[in-house]
Design a protein around this ligand. Structure first.
Ligand code: 5GP
Length: 127
């Protein structure tokens, strides 16, 4: 596997404090902040603090502590947004766009958490 990490990507700059962000949650291993172009009333990006390009890179090479910390942060953000179906929320969608077919814009792993409205079908077209 070859996953060269671009240290000048926009989320690396956010992690270094070079670009401001609207932080929702910061933990030892993760940062969650609001998307600059929200696609739903709730649209938060959750990123690991380590230099991982995408989820499979993270899953193969991150430490157990990073994986647990990142996953728990995602759960905490869902709780903070009030979208958990099991706690009275109306649900949400998690998206991890990856690579060129996945139309990933920023090459640092990020999971989108979207909620606050009916989001429609998962994919709009097969093309
Ligand atoms: P992707 O297409 O890579 O899954 O999504 C990248 C997301 O990052 C997009 O939804 C875009 O709006 C968001 N984004 C890009 N630049 C910035 C930024 O500087 N700040 C924030 N908060 N979000 C950004």
């Amino acid at each position: 596997m070859n996953n060269p990490y671009d240290t000048e990507n926009i989320f690396a700059k956010i992690l270094r404090g070079e670009i401001p962000n609207d932080t929702v949650l910061e933990t030892e291993h993760a940062l969650a902040f609001r998307d600059i172009q929200p696609q739903a009333p709730q649209h938060v990006l959750v990123i690991p603090k380590g230099p991982y390009v995408n989820y499979d890179h993270f899953a193969h090479t991150a430490s157990d502590a990073e994986i647990v910390g990142y996953t728990r942060a995602i759960g905490k953000v869902c709780e903070m947004l009030g979208v958990q179906p099991g706690a009275g929320g109306d649900g949400y969608r998690m998206i991890a766009n990856t690579g060129s077919d996945g139309v990933q814009e920023v090459p640092h792993l990020h999971i989108h958490i979207l909620g606050g409205r009916r989001l429609g079908r998962m994919l709009q077209s097969k093309t």
